[in-house]
Structures are given as structure tokens and as C-alpha cells.
Design a protein around this ligand. Structure first.
Ligand SMILES: C[S@@+](CC[C@H](N)C(=O)[O-])C[C@H]1O[C@@H](n2cnc3c(N)ncnc32)[C@H](O)[C@@H]1O
Length: 205
């Protein structure tokens, strides 16, 4: 593990206690993001960098009890918080995993991978697309989203702790070009003063 990776992970471990207090998740923006994604009942969804599980109720509402969520984060403290909010007994179709995204293996492919407020923190973007491609069904979708504009995200990280200061959010065009290299086609994208998202579909087997 590189020292940068280690510092980043430690940063998120330390954020976990106050994450739900310091973060404001605008429900209207999340609704817009999920409208674009259009999950179906029974879908199998991977929530990359789930944190304290902010997206879980939104995903569950759409996939129903027959669907499945793998809520993944490498920060154990984040997952512990999420598990307190969504206990296994009441949420049997949510599977919490403490692991680095780049190291996960899944026997069953996913219908959708969501990377919400997480993409800038992933060290190797090419590996991210390659890994996502391998984890998805052939027509599966990959969503990268933020509840702020790209400029706002980059300004916010620049003001932050050294561990995330250089975690830059690439432009929609850059993400599109990278995704296309790895077999994805863009279905929808938006970057305005309020929201940033890009939805892609796996196009090759
Ligand atoms: C900015 S937080 C967002 C958390 C959550 N999605 C939310 O919006 O509240 C980014 C999360 O991604 C996790 N993360 C970053 N890189 C990761 C990786 N390579 N594998 C797994 N989790 C990762 C961090 O631990 C952190 O919890």
C-alpha cells in the first residue's frame, strides 16, 4: 500500500464519526441522480465507497427486497457506522464489505455500480474502469456522481486535508474518453452548478 493511499484511508477512517453531521445530502439531487440511473426491482448493485450508507435507502426503494446491495468501503469505521444504521436483521439484502475496491472479487456480476462522491479518491482511474467492466453484466450500468458541480468539488478538495487535496475530479469529457477505452458508452451526463453525473453502459461482452 502506498503512503498516499494509507493517508487517504486514515483520513476517511477519522471522518466516519462526524460524517453524517458534516455532510449534507440533498434529497432532490439524489432523486435526480436515481431517476437517471433507473434501477429495477431485483437488481444487484455495488455501492463503491458507501461511507455511512447514505445511498442505501435510495437504492433499496428501487431494487426492492428481491434485489441486493453490496455496500463496499475500505474504511472500517465508515462501514461500522453504516451497519449501525442498517442492521443485518432488518436489511438482509444489504451486504457490507470492508475492502479496497481494486481488490474485490464477485462471483455474480452486478447490474449496476454506483460511485457516489468517491471517484476522485480512487487512485487508478484506468484500473477503476477495467475492474468495473469485469464486475458488471454485459449491459450493466456504471454511475459516477456528485451532489455538487465539478468546480465546487475540486475547490472543496483543494481546501481540505493533504490526504485528499489532490483528489481531482476529471471533466465529463475526460471520464467519457476513459470509459470508452474500456468498453463503456455514455448514456447521460451533466455538470451544472448543482450536480455532476455521468452514466455509462457496458457495451461489450
Ligand atoms: C467522500 S466519501 C463518500 C462516502 C459516501 N458515498 C457518501 O457520499 O456519503 C468517499 C468514500 O470512499 C471510500 N473509498 C475511497 N477509496 C476507496 C477504495 N479504493 N475502496 C473502497 N472504498 C474507498 C472512503 O473510505 C470514503 O468512505
Amino acid at each position: 500500500m502506498s503512503s498516499r493511499h494509507h493517508r487517504r484511508k486514515t483520513f476517511f477512517e477519522d471522518c466516519a464519526v462526524s460524517w453524517d453531521i458534516i455532510c449534507n445530502h440533498d434529497e432532490a439531487k439524489l432523486e435526480e441522480i436515481f431517476k437517471v440511473l433507473s434501477l429495477k426491482k431485483g437488481d444487484r448493485v455495488l455501492d463503491v465507497g458507501t461511507g455511512t450508507g447514505i445511498l442505501i435507502p435510495h437504492i433499496l426503494k428501487r431494487i426492492g427486497s428481491e434485489g441486493k446491495i453490496v455496500a463496499l468501503d475500505y474504511a472500517e469505521n465508515m462501514i461500522r457506522k453504516a451497519m449501525e444504521k442498517f442492521p443485518q436483521k432488518e436489511y438482509p439484502n444489504v451486504n457490507f464489505v470492508i475492502e479496497n475496491f481494486f481488490e474485490i472479487a464477485s462471483k455474480e456480476p452486478f447490474d449496476s455500480i454506483i460511485c457516489y462522491s468517491c471517484f476522485p479518491h480512487l487512485e487508478d482511474k484506468k484500473h477503476f474502469f477495467q475492474k468495473s467492466f469485469n464486475l458488471l453484466k454485459w449491459d450493466g450500468t456504471l454511475l459516477i456522481a456528485h451532489s455538487s458541480s465539478r468546480a465546487e468539488i475540486n475547490e472543496m478538495h483543494a481546501r481540505k486535508h493533504g490526504a485528499v487535496r489532490y483528489n481531482f475530479l476529471h471533466s465529463l469529457e475526460e471520464i467519457k474518453a476513459l470509459g470508452e477505452q474500456y468498453g463503456f458508452a455514455v448514456l447521460a451526463k451533466k455538470n451544472d452548478e448543482k450536480i455532476f453525473y455521468i452514466l455509462m453502459k457496458k457495451t461489450k461482452k
